[in-house]
Design a binder for this molecule. Sequence first.
Ligand code: ZN
Length: 168
Amino acid sequence: MRMIRNTLIALALFGCSAAGAIGPDVRAPLVLTPDADSRAATVAAVEAWNEATGLGIVVGEGGVPVQVVDELDNCGETNARVADGVLVRIAIRRATPAPRFCGEWERTLRHEIGHAIRYWAIGAAAQLDEHTAGGLMGERANRATAIDAEALELTCADAPCAWMQNVE
Ligand SMILES: [Zn+2]
């Protein structure tokens, strides 16, 4: 219900605008540009997030780099410029077998894309450590891979999600 109400409010606001907005949200889509090692996993993760949110995230050229960086200290990182919150890259540590505290790296990539959606939606207003209590966007690394209700509440709070649907 909340999503529907927000959509109606957005439509009403733009309906009153004299700026000629063509829709409730006209920002350019989030584009991710994976390296060869992360390409298949990025495509799969983006498909899952798009199924969950309808955001239309794109895998293509000229977007936010997604890179496998095996020397990374963290399981994964989403880096943004502090000054304006513009996304610099998503980096994932791919270890086989996965370190116990990280879980599978494909899961970490899903988690980091959640952070990237927040930065894309609100830029510098996004905090570096925005997490949920548990699940995919949980504060502590865990093995949850589903895009769950908590993850959707966080990522769609300010992003123009067309819908919020759990995805395994
Ligand atoms: Zn995180």
